[in-house]
Design a binder for this molecule. Structure first.
Ligand SMILES: [Zn+2]
Length: 144
């Protein structure tokens, strides 16, 4: 079965991510230490440090999320449920599994999930609506 290569592929990516997380944590710690030694009262520098620390937190969070996904996928390879859609129980095509190692849903379920998740986002719709209305207005003007 091709599950052997799948497992190897997943393990390989998990190793890479865990390695990156480790280096990442070390870099953040080093930065924190240097920061403590510096202790300058410059407000602009402080703001920059805070901003860069937030970015670090974000990307390491993303890395750990991916690591959890891969661990989950490896468990599924072991219990034989890998390649089965978590939502509808259908089979995820091998090509999709190859392209997205660790994927847990079929294309249809993912798209449905994304459109459901995309809807309750007021920030985007607020910033987008006035612009498209303006565009329609201009298009109407051009026609007449
Ligand atoms: Zn599905």
């Amino acid at each position: 079965m091709s599950d052997q290569t799948t497992e190897g592929q997943l393990r390989h990516e998990l190793d890479l991510i865990l390695g990156r997380l480790e280096r990442h944590d070390r870099a953040v710690q080093t930065e924190a230490r240097a920061e403590g030694a510096r202790l300058v009262g410059d407000m602009f520098a402080d703001a920059q440090l805070v901003a860069s620390r937030n970015l670090d937190a974000l990307s390491s969070e993303r890395l750990s999320r991916r690591a959890r996904e891969l661990v989950n996928a490896l468990e599924r390879v072991r219990d034989g449920s890998y390649g089965t859609c978590e939502e509808c129980g259908g089979t995820i095509p091998a090509a999709r599994r190859q392209a997205l190692p660790g994927v847990t849903t079929c294309v249809q379920c993912q798209e449905r999930g994304e459109s459901l998740r995309a809807r309750p986002e007021p920030v985007e719709s607020i910033s987008r609506r006035p612009r498209s209305r303006y565009k329609n207005l201009r298009r109407d003007e051009a026609k007449t």
